[in-house]
Design a protein around this ligand. Structure first.
Ligand SMILES: O=C1O[C@H](COP(=O)(O)O)[C@@H](O)[C@H](O)[C@H]1O
Length: 535
């Protein structure tokens, strides 16, 4: 597939209702699409084709980036006129930036909802941003170390001393970039290899690349060619030739190489950008909707109920089913608002399919049973068909119970009740609701236990759980991380230390299981004030 083919895959369905920004090398790539010529040549938020210096990008599987969610919302209409959102070149940089922002604010673009607005930040929410990266790690025109990086009010700003010519530019600010629904980084060629080495390599500098400040509301993906990663230790980059994993730190990164071999990074502290996050970054994650801290567990449970109910609506509409995975422990209490109006009556419970991310190998009526906890306090109070509640077979020993549960999942995948991740081949649950123990464990995947590295099985078992009872079955990380959505629901001061390790500035070389959690779509943290106290 040539570049043209790749791009039409990505752009298929573009019409005036999808809002896209693009930078640098991407102009060349996407300008092959004749439907976009008018838009591109008006230079709105993009640089000119002359600035392209990356030579010949390899073919990237960009088409696979556009998720079914976006694809479902846009229709094929190459003939549609693209509005001319040009920078006014009659103005000096400051005036051009102001003019651009004014037109974004005042014209019908935002008002008429052509560009959406982020509920989390109040900034415009572009559907898709296509970002390139400079060899110094800059994206758009905020450059490393430049005060523009801190701009947090303006939508569009200007620079007159760009280290890269031309010195005078206008650029989107970080709150704008980070409020987008989807961001794609496309980085090709050996010119970027040094920056990629700093970014992905073992050696960390205190100076963060601007590219490391990028977040996104839904999904952030990287598309790299081999040349761009040529200075990285390839053996540590290519974890598996099999497309099984996505990059789990930061949560929504997916790294793919041009020939569709995904890469997984060695999960060392030095690579976990979130573990390196400054408070500003934590705050920006909060702004982006990924990290939600609530004043009380009560407020958390209100927000969690809305989140779950919205996803239930979405998946019932899209797939006719909603596959939900529960943890045991304190999570169940935090689901209580789903049992109240409006949700108890508005949710289509008949479409729910309920699973457990882990279960203790005890009879179903045992006080330690995660099934019993969920049944007594939640499931018995809503009309989910009993056949849609998938408890473990409690007559089997741990190993047999894990095999039996995996067989059950395989059957449901075959019948398409559970979706399959195209990226990993593992089952793709619609939503996993995860708790976390004070030691940073999730499911029954405990710190330092070899089970955290299981990469083949869907469900496995443990007989030496450090937390009683010792015998349990658990989903493996590939299954957890292939989910469309994952919510980490964490309350109480006993969890503050692990939350700090996961999200704060202090980090040790050993990663906690909670730090290994990711999602294909979005990972959201729901924390109460006590759990977030040490951030
Ligand atoms: O043992 C378990 O612990 C974790 C955390 O429980 P919590 O009560 O501290 O929230 C839980 O998520 C897991 O499902 C459970 O089996």
């Amino acid at each position: 597939m040539g570049r043209n083919g790749m791009c039409s895959g990505l752009m298929r369905g573009l019409c005036p209702r999808i809002t896209v920004t693009a930078t640098t090398s991407l102009v060349m790539i996407i300008s092959r699409l004749s439907c976009l010529d008018m838009w591109l040549h008006n230079k709105f938020m993009i640089n000119t084709v002359e600035e392209i210096r990356y030579g010949k990008p390899e073919v990237l599987p960009l088409g696979s980036f556009v998720s079914s969610k976006v694809a479902a919302n846009i229709s094929l209409n190459f003939q549609a006129p693209i509005p001319p959102y040009a920078t006014n070149d009659a103005f000096p940089p400051e005036g051009a930036a102001q003019d651009c922002e004014t037109r974004l604010r005042d014209t019908e673009l935002v008002k008429n909802n052509v560009i959406a607005t982020s509920k989390a930040t109040g900034f415009p929410k572009f559907d898709l941003e296509l970002l390139g990266m400079g060899p110094d790690g800059h994206i758009a025109s905020p450059f490393p170390g430049h005060p523009l990086l801190k701009e947090d009010k303006k939508w569009v700003t200007f620079i007159e001393d760009s280290p890269k010519p031309s010195p005078e530019r206008i650029t989107l600010t970080f709150p704008m970039i980070n409020s987008s629904m989807y961001n794609a980084f496309v980085t090709c060629g050996s010119a970027d290899a040094k920056a990629m080495k700093t970014l992905l390599g073992d050696k960390q500098t205190s100076d963060r690349h601007t590219v490391q400040m990028v977040s996104v509301e839904e999904e952030l993906k990287w598309f790299l060619d081999r040349e761009a990663t040529s200075l990285n230790n390839q053996s540590s980059l290519f974890f598996s030739p099999n497309p099984r994993f996505s990059f789990t730190r930061p949560s929504n990164f997916n790294l793919r190489l041009s020939h569709k071999v995904p890469v997984i990074l060695p999960f060392k502290g030095s690579l976990s950008f979130k573990a390196k996050a400054s408070m500003a970054e934590v705050a920006s994650q909060k702004g982006s909707g990924k990290l939600n801290v609530f004043d009380s567990e009560e407020e958390l449970s209100v927000s969690l109920a809305k989140y779950v109910a919205d996803l239930s609506d979405k998946f019932v509409k899209e797939r006719g089913a909603f596959t939900v995975v529960l943890s045991g422990g304190s999570l169940i209490k935090s689901l209580r608002k789903l049992l109240e109006a409006p949700y108890v009556n508005s949710i289509d419970w008949s479409k729910w399919h309920v699973f457990w991310v882990d279960e203790r190998v005890v009879p179903k009526d045992h006080p330690d049973s995660n099934y019993k906890l969920a049944f007594d306090n939640f499931l018995s109070k809503v009309p989910i068909p009993p056949a849609h509640i998938y408890a473990i077979n409690d007559t089997l020993p741990a190993e047999g119970a894990a095999e039996d549960y995996e067989a059950c999942l395989r059957e449901l995948v075959k019948n398409n009740v559970i979706a399959t991740s195209e990226a990993t081949g593992f089952p793709k649950f619609d939503l996993q609701l995860l708790g976390m123990g004070p030691d940073g464990h999730v499911a029954s995947l405990f710190p330092g236990h070899p089970l955290v590295n299981e990469d083949k099985k869907w469900v496995t078992f443990i007989k030496d759980s450090p937390k009683p009872p010792p015998e349990r079955i658990t989903f493996t990380f590939p299954v957890i991380n292939s989910s469309a959505y994952v919510a980490l629901v964490i309350c109480g001061s006993s969890k503050a230390g692990a939350v700090k390790t996961a999200l704060g500035e202090n980090h040790s070389s050993e990663r906690l299981p909670v730090q290994m959690v990711s999602a294909e779509g979005a990972l959201k943290w729901f924390l109460d004030k006590e759990a977030a106290a040490m951030l």
